[in-house]
Design a protein around this ligand. Structure first.
Ligand code: PMP
Length: 351
């Protein structure tokens, strides 16, 4: 017989992360990690941090890390919040800032964590369909005393909105919180952080998991008006006084300071993306214009995306397949090194 709490447990509907296989060496092009190592300065800082100081709690305010982010974007430190991956920063924003008197608007299709948080935190939401070309149309986002969230670039399409379009959404919605999830912004899109001084309702969330190759230490951040940031701090302090460990703070701070390495590795990824796109187009694929470290590609007429995904997996190459309406004909392929992309093309021949 089931216990009285069983129904509650069954109602919890968590996000299912992309495959992280343990038992086989795959060419891993499925979860948008960087194919390059983190900054050598970040690795050195973390190694040095593994010392007897680990007996002490970390800085609860992560002041050095916040300052390095503030310096990078030329904003005040009071405009910066940090957390355990941008997923956690988003969770704090959902519970503290996006739960308003009107439903939250977000694009359908976009990051599949958004409905999970809405359900968990009891937030009403309206899913706004993308246009036929998979675009976000700013006219569809009008909300008073509510909230709006969208990724820019969007996931899993990889397509970016121009800064003017984001500004239009902000102008149209002065009484709503507008959250721009910029997990992939460093691969060719424009950040909205330059607008935070003009729009106190704007919150921008970013991560060190992609362009700074630090998915393994889980660091994300938000930049916005001091009032919205104060809101996030209040939520954080209601859950956990120490969001990031000492080693994570050291590594993330060094990574933010190493601009040269950051530019070099994201540039390499963008170059490989353009080459990958033209090779796929040559093979008859339709590829959406990507400003991300992944591409969203539809195989030629008559070929099934699901079968290609399964065949590639059998041959040791992991890409992402979403069995969902409107996108089940597509594959999401993370940009790897040039060698990894050659393996992908080689295996595609035998699909
Ligand atoms: N936003 C989007 C759109 C993403 O795709 C991801 C990565 N899955 C995240 C946020 C979260 O990234 P992280 O928690 O690693 O910072």
């Amino acid at each position: 017989m089931s216990q009285f709490w069983s129904q509650r447990v069954q109602e919890l509907d968590p996000y299912v992360p992309g495959e992280q296989p343990k038992n086989q060496q795959y060419v891993k092009l499925n979860t948008n990690e960087s194919p390059y190592p983190p900054s050598p300065l970040a690795i050195a800082a973390m190694l040095e941090g593994v010392s007897d100081t680990l007996r002490l709690y970390p800085d609860p305010n992560a002041d050095d890390l916040k300052q390095s982010i503030a310096d990078f974007y030329s904003v005040d430190k009071a405009c910066v919040f940090v957390g355990n991956g941008s997923d956690e920063v988003l969770a704090h924003a959902f519970v503290g800032l996006l739960k308003q008197s009107k439903p939250l608007l977000y694009p359908d299709i976009s990051y599949s964590f958004y409905p999970v948080y809405c359900k968990l935190f009891g937030i009403d939401a309206v899913k706004v369909p993308l246009t036929d070309n998979f675009e976000i149309d700013p006219k569809d986002y009008q909300q008073e005393n509510g909230a709006i969230i969208f990724p820019n670039p969007n996931a899993p399409t990889g397509m970016a909105l121009a800064l003017d379009t984001i500004e239009q959404i902000l102008k149209d919605n002065p009484s709503s919180v507008v959250l721009v999830d910029e997990a992939y912004v460093d691969f060719g899109a424009e950040t909205a952080i330059s607008l935070i001084g003009q729009y106190p309702n704007l919150l921008v969330v970013q991560t060190l998991s992609k362009s700074r190759a630090l998915a393994g230490i889980r660091v994300g951040f938000a930049v916005g008006s001091p009032e919205l940031i104060d809101g996030l701090e209040r939520v954080k302090n209601s859950f956990n006084s120490y969001p990031l460990g000492r080693v994570e703070q050291l590594g993330a701070t060094a990574a933010m300071k190493d601009r040269e390495y950051f530019d070099e590795s994201r540039q390499k990824i963008m170059t490989t993306r353009e080459q990958t796109t033209s090779t796929l187009v040559g093979l008859g694929y339709t590829v959406l214009p990507s400003s991300s470290n992944f591409i969203f590609a539809k195989p030629p007429e008559g070929q099934s995306a699901e079968k290609i995904y399964l065949s590639l997996k059998e041959q040791g190459v992991l890409v992402r397949y979403f069995n969902k309406p409107r996108i089940s004909e597509y594959l999401r392929i993370t940009i790897g090194t040039d060698d990894e992309m050659s393996v992908l093309f080689d295996r595609l021949k035998t699909v």
